[in-house]
Design a protein around this ligand. Structure first.
Ligand SMILES: CC(C)(COP(=O)(O)OP(=O)(O)OC[C@H]1O[C@@H](n2cnc3c(N)ncnc32)[C@H](O)[C@@H]1OP(=O)(O)O)[C@@H](O)C(=O)NCCC(=O)NCCS
Length: 174
C-alpha cells in the first residue's frame, strides 16, 4: 500500500461557540469541544485511510484555557503515524474573537482511529505516513512511545512488550 503525506489528510474545522454549547459559566463545555475534535480527527483519519473509521481511544486531553461564548474555534487535525489498522491523529484547538484577533492555542489531544472494511466490521490495514517537515518527523518518531503507553494503560499489552518506551525510560534513568 502506498504511503501518504500528512498534508493529504490534514483537516481544519471551524465552529462558533453558541449559547447551547456552553456550561453555566458561559464557557464552551468540555464535552462539546471533545465532540468537535472527534469529528475533525475522524475526517482526517477517514481521508488518510480512505475507509470508514471508529474512535478507539483519546488521550492527553487538557483544557488549558477557557473558550468563551461567541468565540470562533478552529480544530486542526493531522495524522502523526499509522500502525497496522490504526492511526494516531493529533488535534490542536485555537480560539479567536469574531474579528479573527486574540488567537489563543487552547487545547490539544491525541486520538486513535481504526479503519474498518466495507462492511464496517473488521479492522483493515491503513497506508503508512510519510513525514516530511521537522515537526511531522518529531510527531512521527514520538508516536510509538505514546502508542505503547496507551496500549499498556488499556491492558492490551504488558509493560515488558513496550520496547520503545522501555528504551526511553532506561535512557532517562541511566
Ligand atoms: C476499535 C475496535 C475496532 C478495535 O477492535 P478489536 O477487535 O480490538 O481489533 P484489534 O484487536 O484487531 O485492534 C485493532 C487496532 O485497534 C487498536 N486498538 C484497539 N483498542 C485500542 C485502544 N484502546 N487504544 C489504542 N488502540 C487500540 C489496536 O492496537 C489495533 O491497532 P493496530 O492494528 O494498528 O496494531 C473495537 O474495539 C471497536 O469497534 N470499538 C468501538 C469503537 C466506537 O464505537 N467508537 C466510538 C466511540 S463510542
Amino acid at each position: 500500500m502506498k504511503s501518504k503525506k500528512v498534508s493529504e489528510s490534514k483537516t481544519t474545522m471551524t465552529q462558533m461557540v453558541m449559547p447551547n454549547d456552553t456550561n453555566p459559566l458561559g464557557n464552551l463545555m468540555g464535552g462539546n469541544l471533545l465532540r468537535w475534535m472527534d469529528i475533525a480527527a475522524g475526517i482526517c483519519a477517514g481521508k488518510h485511510s480512505e475507509r470508514y473509521v471508529v474512535t478507539a481511544s483519546v488521550d492527553h486531553v487538557s483544557f488549558k484555557l477557557p473558550i468563551h461564548m461567541g468565540e470562533v474555534v478552529t480544530m486542526v487535525a493531522s495524522v502523526t503515524r499509522a500502525f497496522s489498522t490504526s492511526m494516531e491523529i493529533y488535534v490542536e484547538v485555537f480560539s479567536t474573537d469574531i474579528k479573527g484577533g486574540n488567537t489563543r492555542r487552547c487545547n490539544h489531544a491525541y486520538y486513535t482511529f481504526v479503519a474498518l472494511d466495507d462492511e464496517r466490521q473488521k479492522p483493515v490495514p491503513v497506508p503508512e505516513v510519510q513525514p516530511l517537515t521537522s515537526e511531522e518527523e518529531y510527531l512521527y518518531n514520538e508516536a510509538m512511545k505514546r502508542r505503547e503507553l496507551r496500549l499498556i494503560l488499556s491492558g492490551r499489552i504488558k509493560p515488558q512488550q513496550a520496547q520503545e518506551l522501555r528504551n526511553y525510560i532506561n535512557g532517562i534513568v541511566d
